[in-house]
Design a protein around this ligand. Structure first.
Ligand SMILES: Cc1cc2nc3c(=O)[nH]c(=O)nc-3n(C[C@H](O)[C@H](O)[C@H](O)COP(=O)(O)O)c2cc1C
Length: 177
């Protein structure tokens, strides 16, 4: 099978990581590849925030957990102990911003897999960046307040077998006349 097709089909969400940081080379490959994601009118409006400071990741983990819709145990880490956290933001002034940010997230997780880095897409970035704290962070980072959170990607070397994918739904694809 073509290697790209094989990679796209074999990527799975990884939720247990080795206790080591990913190499700068791997990180930069993933980030640069993410910037080649298709975006509406080629506007490249999304921004990829990179966080590797363990204290900041811990703080963001607690923040992310606060947006779970139900009570969760205090020790539940929504970022699964990953040592690299990416946050994708996109400019809500553009009509395609959600799609643009999602496009970047898709490329990031697949680029990671292609070079042996495990990843998981993590939700609740919208809740984070629509809050007062999110707006203050945007200001601190010099990003316009029209930016919204689209999603996170956690990265690390896998410390688990890749899970088996669920069978694909039979009616996933529909040909019409
Ligand atoms: C929009 C979106 C939000 C997601 N949010 C989370 C999340 O918050 N936590 C998590 O562990 N996985 C999250 N995932 C990963 C999905 O659970 C995962 O992709 C799905 O179960 C299919 O598994 P696979 O990625 O191994 O194929 C998210 C995926 C998407 C596309």
């Amino acid at each position: 099978m073509n290697q790209t097709i094989e990679d796209l089909k074999s990527r799975r969400s990884i939720r247990k990581f080795k206790d080591e940081q990913i190499s700068d080379e791997d990180l930069n490959t993933i980030l640069e590849t993410g910037t080649y994601a298709p975006t509406g009118r080629g506007a490249q409006s999304p921004k990829i925030i990179v966080i590797q400071n363990p204290d900041t990741i811990k703080e963001f983990s607690q923040w992310n957990r606060s947006f779970f819709p139900t009570e969760v145990p205090d020790d539940l880490d929504p970022f699964y102990g990953a040592k690299t956290l990416l946050i994708v933001l996109a400019d809500s002034e553009l009509p395609t911003y959600v799609e643009d940010g999602s496009s970047v997230l898709c490329v990031l997780v697949n680029a990671a897999h292609a070079i042996g880095v495990g990843s998981c897409w993590i939700h609740r970035a919208r809740d984070e960046f629509s809050s007062q704290k999110g707006k203050e962070l945007l200001k601190e980072w010099g990003i316009p307040e029209s930016y919204e959170g689209i999603g996170h990607v956690v990265l690390g070397y896998p410390d688990m077998e890749s899970p088996k994918p669920l069978p694909r739904k039979e009616d996933y694809i529909q040909f019409v006349d």
